[in-house]
Ligand binder design. Structure first.
Ligand SMILES: [Zn+2]
Length: 310
């Protein structure tokens, strides 16, 4: 693994550890005026501290909803507390990825990791959320993007926020369901919406700024707090995942260095080798979504996507 520079300091979350709604690290405020329940999540991955900086700023500023309900959630607090800038990739999670545990089988099953217990703790809150914005950042070079599960409500949310400019409709990972894939947001007939914002590189100041902008736009868009968002200079762009490439061997390798957001013009271009299997682009103008140069077996190595009219 290369060395990654850590240009952000982990925020002091001690004031927020207790929470105010019976769940550690979760703060929830209800306005007298009715309205949707909007939740901003950070630290779903414990080392993605940019999101924690943004929520710390918003909580410190005393932002309260003028209608509906507004929740701020620091998800994987235990992993965050183990964050070490000398080894920043070590604390994405402690025992297992908190963002693969949101399927009903796991929620109701016998699995009992620290992350699984935390997910069960957060579940009652998640089940009351109408709009969820989960703030993430990325390890490998990539353009910023918003991942939405494939429901109309979630895709519309990504496009309405419009920053990052690209929203990708994405069915998720074979390794398990993400928070945004939870039944609250994906069950047939559900109108609740959820997006996962990949705002930039993990430990860069620009990522904090991008996340803060997205969070403010979400609050304004739903009339929860602040002004309605101003129109963006460029219209939003939509793409849909056409293939999720999961590493099936121990030696998955891209044929060259790719950056997330790269577009491969020709269908059938070989982009990676997975043991004996060649990975080819399934169509022209194939967008590479978050290629992961070091993809362990069973993990997503890259998603392939195609532009679509919004
Ligand atoms: Zn993440």
């Amino acid at each position: 693994m290369p060395q990654f520079a850590v240009r952000l300091a982990a925020p002091d979350l001690r004031p927020w550890l207790g929470g105010n709604c019976g769940i550690a690290g979760a703060w929830s405020f209800t306005a007298p005026e009715p309205g949707p329940h909007l939740a901003l999540f950070a630290l779903t991955h414990g080392n993605e501290i940019a999101g924690a900086i943004v929520l710390n700023q918003m909580l410190s500023a005393g932002i309260r909803p003028q209608r509906g309900r507004l929740s701020f959630v620091f998800a994987n607090l235990d992993a965050f507390q183990a964050f070490d800038p000398e080894n920043p990739i070590a604390t994405r999670y402690l025992e297992e990825d908190l963002n693969r545990l949101w399927g009903e089988d796991r929620l109701r099953g016998a699995r009992n990791s620290r992350e699984m217990r935390r997910v069960r703790e957060l579940l009652p809150l998640v089940e009351s959320v109408d709009v969820l914005v989960d703030l993430h950042s990325m390890l490998w070079p990539s353009d910023a993007l918003t991942l939405a599960s494939e429901t109309d409500a979630s895709i519309s949310l990504g496009l309405a926020l419009g920053t990052p400019r690209l929203t990708v409709a994405d069915p998720g990972h074979s390794a398990g369901r993400r928070l945004v894939d939870h039944a609250r947001f994906t069950a047939p007939g559900s109108t609740a919406a959820a997006v996962l914002v990949e705002a930039g590189q993990h430990w860069e100041g620009a990522t904090v700024d991008a996340m803060a902008q997205t969070a403010r736009r979400a609050l304004g868009h739903y009339g929860i707090a602040g002004r309605a968002p101003a129109p963006l200079p460029e219209p939003p762009v939509l793409a849909r995942v056409t293939e999720t490439v999961t590493a099936t061997s121990h030696n998955f390798m891209f044929l060259r260095e790719f950056r997330g957001g790269d577009i491969i013009p020709k269908a059938g271009t070989v982009i990676a080798q997975d043991g004996a299997r060649e990975i080819r682009t399934p169509h022209d103008d194939c967008i590479l979504i978050m290629p992961t140069p070091v993809a362990p077996r069973g993990h997503t190595a890259v998603r392939l996507a195609r532009f679509e009219a919004p």
